[in-house]
Ligand binder design. Structure first.
Ligand code: GCB
Length: 583
């Protein structure tokens, strides 16, 4: 169990157990009562105490009763118009009945709360969590009451200078309880965690472990994969850890054959099942190999937004909207920018044969020299890896996007983070996305010390949009500091408003033709990029971003989508689709 100690006296959060979908859970999703705390007075009034008048002269200046309800999961901004632009606190309250048997344990599990969560049970704080996109839980075995209980969550989405992300970012800051809330009941000693994936470079050997949590730490455990006739036995030690190693003749997972196996892990006190696929991913020289064969990564960037609703995406249906659109474009990989998306997104992608790029919100202006930031980086990385490490669809851990080599402590913090991530999981690629670059004499130069620690040279470049062309695209030369590594264009593109009319050779009119030209020019240039292993346009759908203030063309939307927020295909969509289909 990984414990996080925050810099407050009470707060002790736990990294969540994995595979909650397969557990014995009671959902707390649905209508929650809320207090919109625009003035920030809820803390000193201690609204979690829900005081009631005791005598005739008493009055209490807050109550959940009489106020609005919000749906959980759901961002608060899109649910009520007075919350549209709120970055602040909304208190959420839910009551539930419970009877816990004496031999069971109970956990209150959150899929995600953006950004800070403080959680109270029956008037007492049980913990807090920082980070808007990863799960967390609190054990309430000794706190839950027989009968009625009340959970109150302070969800606060204020930006923080030393937060991840920091103050500035180009997406909508949806606040609230944005993913599922569950009460999860387990046996006294339960299977808390496991890692079952192919050993790096192997096509037939699973090397992993199982971790128990509870008092009966020494147990016999069996892994069963009926379809392969596998019954593998192991034993846990005093710390509840059992090592796993076995071989099998797997049908390997790939975009063309997204094969998953029903796997069960059976201990003496607990059983859990999962759908797991097996594949290998590695970089060999300047190539990316999937299952030992070179693969070109046909990717697209996606924000976690339901384009049609203008709200934070979280459900399986939301995931299908985004992922089906990526499939239709011709992709084999989705870059889930710029933070861990919901587990639904990752699981659906894997089922559909889409490789996944998982990323933490280490975005542009991070205060790496703040004393709290290194710990936050590590916690967020661990929470992402912890949740998704058995998803074979996930092939890349992305640990940063567009950070700057000159920022104090940036290199040290991100190098250490990379080492810690590799120690946790050596089977996947680890990437830093960088835009340290120069463009002169039609030569594009790319360098950064962090590329030493990145398996791909992942480059964001906006030639043709933020940077005008300096010569013929087909004659643009690339000078990459690390000539032996694969190069991945992790972002490129430009803006267009669907249907916009105007001079097609001027950027200021947001025409589809201008965007289309950028794509045509980029595709000509791609022929000159040495070791090109894949491409990832920015991005699939137009999405909400408050910094986009051109009211004629943007209206609060980043318009670099290949699809509008209504799903209309822009001209550039057809260019990219044809390119991917031919690759
Ligand atoms: C970038 C960022 C991405 C932005 C994009 C843009 O380089 O990585 O998050 O939204 O540019 O549209 O400017």
């Amino acid at each position: 169990m990984f414990l996080i100690v925050l810099n407050t006296c009470y707060a002790l959060g736990q990294t969540a157990m994995i595979n909650t979908q397969a557990r014995n859970a009671k959902s707390l999703n649905g209508d929650w009562q809320v207090i919109i705390d625009a003035g920030g007075g809820g803390d000193w009034r201690q609204v979690w105490q829900e005081k009631k008048p005791q005598k005739k002269t008493d009055f209490i200046e807050y109550s959940f009763d009489g106020g609005p309800m919000l749906k959980v999961p759901g961002d608060f901004n899109s649910q009520r118009c007075e919350l549209t632009y709120v970055e602040g606190t909304v208190w959420h309250k839910k009551q539930f009945n419970y009877t816990l048997k004496s031999d069971k344990r109970l956990f209150l599990h959150f899929g995600a709360v953006n950004y800070l969560a403080e959680v109270y049970l029956n008037g007492e704080i049980i913990g807090s969590h920082e980070g808007g996109f990863t799960p967390f839980q609190f054990e309430i075995t000794n706190k839950v009451k027989e009968g009625e209980n009340t959970v109150i969550v302070k969800a606060n989405n204020n930006r923080k200078g030393n937060g991840l992300p920091g103050y500035g970012y180009d997406w909508f800051n949806y606040g609230g309880i944005t993913r599922d809330v569950d009460l999860i009941e387990t046996p006294n000693t339960y299977i808390e965690d496991y890692f079952l994936q192919l050993k790096k470079g192997s096509l037939n050997t699973v090397a992993g472990w199982i971790q128990l949590n509870g008092t009966k730490t020494i147990q016999y455990l069996t892994i069963k994969i009926p379809e392969l006739n596998i019954t593998y036995k192991t034993k846990s030690d005093e710390a509840g850890l059992a090592m796993v190693i076995f071989t099998a003749d797997f049908e390997l997972w790939s975009p063309k054959n997204p094969k998953q196996y029903k796997v069960s892990i059976e201990g003496e006190t607990d059983i859990i099942t999962d759908d797991i696929g097996f594949r290998s991913i590695e970089v060999m020289g300047n190539k990316v190999l999937l299952n030992g064969n070179p693969i070109f990564l046909k990717a697209v960037n996606i924000h976690e937004e339901n384009p049609y609703k203008g709200s934070r995406a979280y459900s399986i249906d939301d995931a299908k909207i985004l992922l089906n659109a990526a499939k239709e474009l011709g992709c084999n990989l989705v870059r889930l920018a710029h933070y861990p998306h919901s587990e639904n997104m990752v699981r659906e992608a894997e089922k559909m044969g889409l490789m996944v790029w998982d990323e933490i919100p280490v975005y542009q202006h991070i205060q790496f020299s703040d004393s709290l930031v290194p710990q936050k980086l590590e916690t967020m990385m661990r929470e992402m890896v912890n949740r998704d490490k058995n998803r074979c669809g996930v092939v890349i851990w992305s640990l940063s996007n567009e950070t700057y080599p000159g920022t104090p402590n940036r290199n040290k913090a991100l190098i250490e983070l990379t080492q810690k991530c590799r120690a946790l999981d050596s089977t996947r690629l680890i990437v830093h996305v960088i835009n340290t670059q120069a463009y002169a004499n039609n030569t594009f130069k790319v360098w950064d010390p962090l590329y030493n620690y990145s398996d791909l040279i992942a480059v964001n470049e906006y030639i043709g949009w933020y940077i005008p062309w300096q010569g013929k695209p087909s004659e643009t030369q690339w000078n990459v500091e690390f000539p032996d590594k694969p190069v991945f264009i992790s972002e490129f593109g430009g803006e267009a408003l669907y249907g916009s009319k105007g001079p097609t050779d001027e950027a200021a009119y947001w025409t589809e033709e201008y965007q289309e030209n950028i794509y045509n020019d980029q595709i000509e240039m791609f022929n000159n990029i040495p070791n090109l292993c894949g491409l990832c346009p920015w991005l699939l759908f137009d999405y909400r971003s408050l910094g986009r203030m051109n009211q004629l063309y943007q209206n609060g939307y980043n318009r670099k989508g290949l699809l509008s927020e209504k799903g209309e295909k822009k001209k550039a969509w057809y260019i990219m689709n044809e390119y991917f289909n031919e690759k």
